[in-house]
Unconditional design. Structure first.
Length: 219
């Protein structure tokens, strides 16, 4: 299996976790990769021929047991490398994705498990995504997004999408995982949400709020 195929398998797995759904539509893959529908459909056919995925026309794709094994291995490797790059080498969280992408394909299982032990067996990566064990078991993934909250809710940030533009914006706004925000105002007409922490109010677009996940801890 080549790197492009592994990336597709991993992305299908990540999307099923992020979206909490069993089937992923091909247009969702096109959006994530920035590829044409034709390119995605060609890869889907290849992966189906290798029995890594199951494709249901007009509904989407899901991983076979064989595909899931590959995906778990790749996701685990990627997130462990992200922890290493940020915690031990000082990489900012918006800059680790590409290097982790390269390293995840290069490390042997032995090296990866030694690295995992060295890091203290972390349960989450720097973006709040759980790190699966070798059987695919992992800590709970938060699916409630900031844009689903209501005024007067107290929201704690637990996970963010690994998008460089989002993470750069959060750096500029001094926003981090485990921050707690009071929802001040939500305006569907303007597409803006106002949140407050330590008497400081921030205004975010609902597009950005859809990429930030956590849980409501009070209202």
């Amino acid at each position: 299996m080549n790197r492009a195929e592994e990336d597709y398998i991993k992305t299908i797995y990540e999307l099923t976790i992020e979206k909490n759904q069993s089937l992923i539509k091909t247009n969702e893959l096109s959006e994530r990769f920035g590829f044409t529908d034709q390119s995605v459909n060609e890869m889907i056919k290849r992966l189906e021929q290798k029995k890594l995925i199951s494709f249901i026309p007009y509904k989407g794709v899901s991983l076979t047991n064989k595909g899931k094994e590959v995906a778990i291995r790749m996701v685990r490797s990627h997130r462990i490398w992200e922890v290493f790059l940020t915690e031990k080498l000082g990489f900012p969280w918006e800059s680790v994705h590409e290097d982790a992408e390269m390293l995840e394909h290069a490390a042997s299982p032995l090296v990866l498990e030694k690295l995992y032990d060295y890091l203290g067996k972390p349960k989450y990566c720097q973006h709040g995504n759980p790190i699966p064990d070798l059987e695919g078991k992992m800590e709970e993934t938060t699916h409630l997004s900031l844009d689903e909250t209501s005024p007067n809710d107290l929201f704690i940030v637990m996970r963010v999408l690994d998008h460089k533009e989002l993470l750069t914006f959060m750096n500029q706004q001094n926003m981090r995982l485990h921050d707690q925000y009071l929802i001040i105002e939500k305006d569907l007409f303007t597409g803006l949400i106002k949140i407050q922490k330590d008497q400081e109010t921030k205004t975010l677009s609902l597009k950005i709020a859809k990429m930030i996940f956590g849980r409501i801890v009070g209202s």
